[in-house]
Design a protein around this ligand. Structure first.
Ligand SMILES: [Zn+2]
Ligand SMILES: [Zn+2]
Length: 179
């Protein structure tokens, strides 16, 4: 087991580690020292620097088996709250990074090239983003497409009157195989 994964080796530096945490109202414990690619780093001593969230996991929850990766459940890389961390295999970690929500977050435009600006973006409850321009276009298409005439053509029946009382969808006649 490497020293990065070893609670005994890190515990001597725990008091200093705890001084660099800002507990946010949302629950995240943000690392207040230097960040690299969004991750906090803790210099244990000269020549020994490790990712802060990894140090936090070891200090609060124990040793990490070699080959496991500490993943942020909260998706906030600078967070060191042990409750927001979990161990995953390297493969799982790659899959999380390539998942649909992760790829969606990295995109700067929708699939039709409309930029995800504040005005043009709506957000679903799960954090997915949607393009307002495309949504408007799809609503318009929907309105234009579904008319009694077109529907009856598609269903192979006579047109019906949407405004008639008790308007009901016509039942399509079964096509009989001529053979
Ligand atoms: Zn967090
Ligand atoms: Zn769009």
């Amino acid at each position: 087991m490497s020293r990065d994964n070893n609670r005994v080796a890190l515990a001597k530096h725990e008091a200093r580690f705890e001084r660099h945490i800002a507990k946010e109202p949302g629950g995240c414990w943000n690392w207040t020292l230097k960040l690299r690619k969004g991750y906090g780093y803790f210099t244990v001593k000269k020549g020994w620097s490790i990712r802060a969230h990894r140090a936090s996991y070891v200090l609060h929850r124990g040793n990490i088996r070699d080959g496991l990766v500490v993943d942020h459940i909260c998706r906030n890389r600078r967070c060191v709250n042990p409750e927001h961390l979990r161990l995953v295999s390297h493969i799982e970690n790659v899959m999380i990074g390539e998942s649909l929500p992760a790829r969606n977050r990295r995109k700067t435009a929708c699939m039709h090239g409309h930029a995800f600006t504040a005005e043009n973006t709506y957000v679903y409850s799960k954090g997915y983003r949607g393009c307002k321009t495309c949504r408007r276009a799809s609503v318009r298409r929907h309105r234009e497409t579904v008319t009694p005439d077109r529907l009856s053509t598609a269903l192979n029946t006579v047109p019906f009157d949407l405004n008639a009382e008790h308007a009901a969808l016509p039942v399509p006649e079964k096509k009989i195989d001529p053979r």
